[in-house]
Design a protein around this ligand. Structure first.
Ligand code: AKG
Length: 295
């Protein structure tokens, strides 16, 4: 499908966006809910993950690397080294059962699901769709060899979880762009861009925004001087984004039921998470009770 060229006033500054399949509301969160979510974010212990692992090593031409930012997942944790949920083939041994949404997020999810069911029908709204997965991305600067390096961006990608995806933003505003392709040597054409403000909701779905375009976070402002929780020794957060997605429940598995190779690779992450979370501690204990393989 050809995209019409982008003309007229830039969309990026709109406070409401009504492009079919894409919805933006700059003031979705109430002040009270925003404050409650920020307080909860301050209790998290986000994880620094590496892209690859012993059993899932870098492909030829790639090398091991740390992700650009610490992350936290709710509902299920998609560890980078096990690769992300990518149907139809990449659905097993990837989505590890994680903590449920706190009540304040579950309330937002109920509102977003209602809106999404009004916006999307037929093939754009998969059977059984509900938002049961949340990726919390921390954007800012990380300490690298004694110097602060700005890593507040995300390259072109698609979210492969089926159906609409919603995101809530906190802190400095970020410029999100939807682009047509990333063929080497070709300039990506930006077909939609939007500044995502503190307290805003973005919701998108359907073939145009999920399949035919990639999206990226081009930059994150520094203007408002936001310093966000939680306090970390090697990272200064100025923006937090929560993206809510749907993974069919049958593809979410407890740590104890992962393949032995996957368990070996993510055990150190589970142990780190268990230091700050009763949920992950209990998941490790369940695996022990099932008779963890020796050696
Ligand atoms: O930070 C954002 O606004 C977008 C994050 C994103 O693209 C993702 O989590 O897949």
């Amino acid at each position: 499908m050809a995209f019409p060229p982008h003309r007229g006033r830039p969309l990026a500054h709109k406070v409401r966006q009504r492009t079919p399949g894409h919805h933006y509301n700059a003031s979705f969160l109430s002040a009270a809910d925003r404050t409650e979510i920020l307080a909860w974010l301050g209790t998290l212990h986000p994880l620094w993950e590496e892209r690859y692992s012993k059993h899932f090593p870098p492909p030829p031409g790639q090398s091991q690397r740390r992700l650009l930012r610490p992350v936290y997942w709710l509902g299920n944790w998609q560890f980078a080294c096990l690769d992300y949920y990518r149907p139809p083939k990449g659905v097993l041994n990837r989505c590890v059962k994680a903590e449920p949404f706190p009540a304040v997020l579950q309330r937002q999810v109920a509102k977003i699901e209602e809106l999404a069911r009004r916006m999307f029908r037929g093939p754009d709204m998969p059977k059984g769709w509900h938002l049961n997965t949340c990726l919390v991305n921390f954007y800012g600067s990380r300490l690298e060899d004694g110097r602060w390096a700005d890593t507040a961006r995300v390259g072109e990608h698609k979210d492969f979880e089926p159906g609409p995806v919603a995101s809530l933003s906190f802190g400095e505003r970020a410029l999100i762009q939807f682009v047509t392709s990333t063929r080497p040597g070709e300039r990506d054409e930006v077909v939609l861009e939007q500044w995502l403000d503190d307290g805003s909701l973005q919701l998108f779905g359907g073939a145009r925004w999920k399949d035919q375009t990639f999206h990226r976070v081009q930059r994150v402002d520094t203007r408002a001087g936001h310093v966000m929780p939680p306090e970390l020794p090697d990272f200064r957060t100025r923006r937090i984004n929560l993206t809510f997605r749907y993974v069919p429940d049958e593809h979410v598995i407890p740590f104890a039921k992962l393949s032995p190779e996957a368990r070996e690779d993510v055990r150190p992450y589970m142990e780190t998470l268990a230091r700050g979370s009763a949920f992950f501690k209990a998941e490790l204990e369940k695996e022990q009770a099932m008779g963890r393989p020796q050696g």
